[in-house]
Design a protein around this ligand. Structure first.
Ligand code: NAD
Ligand code: UGA
Length: 466
């Protein structure tokens, strides 16, 4: 079966880049991305490519190449479902904020709404692809809705989780380590559906990197991958504190252990804590699944990854307060970076939010500079915490568009995101305009300790012993 028409429901960080790359690599397939968020669709359609809703290196170029040719953004969800042979569901699956499983389980209401809408609209057989990250066995719920609500047409469900990381999404999509497809190999229709999706990816992904499994393994592999990745960060962050106490250096330790091919060198950067929309949400989801099967030891094991991460964020702000003579009240502290990692404007679960909240509780005055994050987003992030009224956040925190201005008259600078540009600042100039003693708290370990100490800074680097 040759797919000619694809619909993707959800024009977010996954739907947008993923489908843009499919459109680029498969010029003969029409790809329509739909969303109920009109503003987001309008932004995807904006003439000025600087106004796309998502910043990803290389994305704007692909949008320019494909949009209006075989890539379309629309709010007409029903029309796109009707026309497509294959429908990707790429909507958000946040942590539940109410009811049973509150604060842990994945909220599947958006997924269910999509399934019901597909069932209602579809008049021909469809292949439905789970792109969103879902609890293991969600496909059976989707299938049940499709079969019971639908018009008697045949639905095949595939699981095709996405492994892209923000900031490198385009590179990850163009050259993935693997593409995972879970499907029902016990039926002819299931096999045909799997082959149809394999054929799409085969346009640019080598066959040996396309892996097929049963649906449950595919769903669970996605949660497992994120849990393992996050666990590596929490493990190295746990060691970073031992380094600080003992005089070891976490970067030397990372290098030494990373050269063991069984451990590998990637994802061993100590930090102020991992952020992003998925690690915490997916581990909590995993913990919830384990608990729901009565596997309490398994649940506790994975929960520790989150506990360690929360500890790392709090430890960072506590250290700022204690180093600044146990009071930051009324003192200006500059945040360089607000995004959860470099090369993205995404701030979801960014460590900067928690660190800022802690310091605002101590009545610090915070000035934030981030090359890509806009002011509204920063205040919205703080507002979401509901710690204090918006007016109070606005009176304590300012957002600057010039890093040198952000650092002026500051008592301390905290590096929250590892943006490359921070390494190349004129640190002598920054030092001369700061209060003395001038402190830097490098939560990403990107600056050169000796150089900054030679200038006169009192310098703390995460994971670096005295
Ligand atoms: P997102 O919030 O950026 O985008 C989701 C979009 O879906 C939103 O624009 C929303 O308006 C839309 N939507 C929700 N319900 C809808 C409906 N019924 N009809 C039409 N549109 C609807 O989320 P995201 O970051 O793209 O993540 C999507 C999924 O992919 C999640 O399950 C996430 O865990 C997973 N994932 C995310 C990443 C990542 O890097 N962000 C990577 C891999 C997997
Ligand atoms: C992560 C995974 O890497 C993707 O494979 C997955 O598809 C995605 O989650 C998802 O499911 O959403 P992402 O969150 O975009 O991608 O970015 P990462 O590069 O994984 O970074 C996550 C967080 O960990 C960031 O805050 C980053 O700064 C931090 N991190 C990462 C460290 O602190 N140290 C490291 O060594 C690596």
């Amino acid at each position: 079966m040759k797919i000619k028409n694809i619909c993707c429901i959800g024009a977010g960080y996954v739907g947008g880049p993923t489908m843009a790359v499919i459109a680029k690599q498969c010029p003969n397939i029409k790809v329509t991305i739909v969303d109920i968020n009109e503003e987001r669709i309008a932004a995807w359609n904006s003439k000025n490519l600087d106004n796309l809703p998502i910043f990803e290196p290389g994305l704007a170029e692909i949008i320019e190449e494909t949009r209006g040719k075989n890539l379309f953004f629309s709010t007409e969800v029903n029309k796109a479902i009707d026309e497509a042979e294959m429908i990707f569901i790429s909507v958000n699956t946040p942590t539940k904020t109410y009811g049973k499983g509150k604060g842990m389980a994945a909220d599947l209401k958006y997924i269910e709404l999509c399934a019901r809408q597909i069932a209602k609209v579809a008049k021909q057989d469809k292949i439905v692809v789970e792109k969103s990250t879902l609890p293991v066995r969600t496909a059976s719920a989707i299938k049940s809705i499709l079969d019971n609500v639908g018009n008697g047409v045949n639905f095949q469900i595939l699981s095709n989780p996405e492994f892209l990381a923000e900031g490198t999404a385009i590179q990850d999509l163009l050259s993935p380590d693997r593409v995972l497809i879970g499907g029902d190999t016990s039926t002819k229709e299931g096999e045909i559906a799997i082959q149809a999706l394999i054929e799409i990816y085969s346009n640019w992904v080598p066959k040996e990197r396309i892996l097929t499994t049963n649906v449950w393994s595919s769903e669970l592999s996605k949660l497992t991958a994120n849990a393992f990745l996050a666990q590596r960060v929490s493990s190295i962050n746990a060691m970073s504190e031992i380094c600080e106490k003992t005089g070891a250096d976490i970067r030397e330790v990372s290098k030494a252990i990373g050269m063991d091919s069984r451990i590998g060198s990637k994802f061993l950067n100590a930090s102020v804590g991992f952020g992003g929309s998925c690690f915490q949400k997916d581990i909590l989801n995993l913990v919830y699944i384990a608990k729901s099967y009565g596997l309490n030891e398994v649940a506790d094991y994975w929960e520790q990854v989150i506990i360690m991460n929360d500890y790392q964020k709090n430890r960072f702000s506590d250290n700022i307060v204690s180093t600044l003579y146990n009071t930051v009240s009324g003192k200006k502290i500059t945040f360089l970076g607000w995004a959860f990692k470099k090369d993205t404007n995404d701030t979801r679960e960014s460590a900067a939010i928690k660190v800022a909240d802690n310091l605002l509780n101590e009545q610090a005055k915070i000035a934030v500079y981030d090359p890509k994050v806009v002011e509204e987003r920063i205040f919205a992030d703080l507002d979401d915490l509901k710690t204090r009224p918006l007016e109070e956040n606005k009176s304590l925190l300012t957002v600057e568009s010039d890093p040198y201005l952000a650092c002026k008259n500051s008592h301390a600078i905290a590096i929250l995101t590892e943006w490359d540009e921070f390494k190349n600042y004129n640190w002598e100039k920054i030092y001369s305009n700061m209060q003395k003693p001038a402190f830097i708290f490098d939560g990403r370990g990107i600056l050169n300790k000796k150089e900054l100490e030679d200038i006169g800074f009192t310098f703390y680097k995460i994971g670096s012993g005295k």
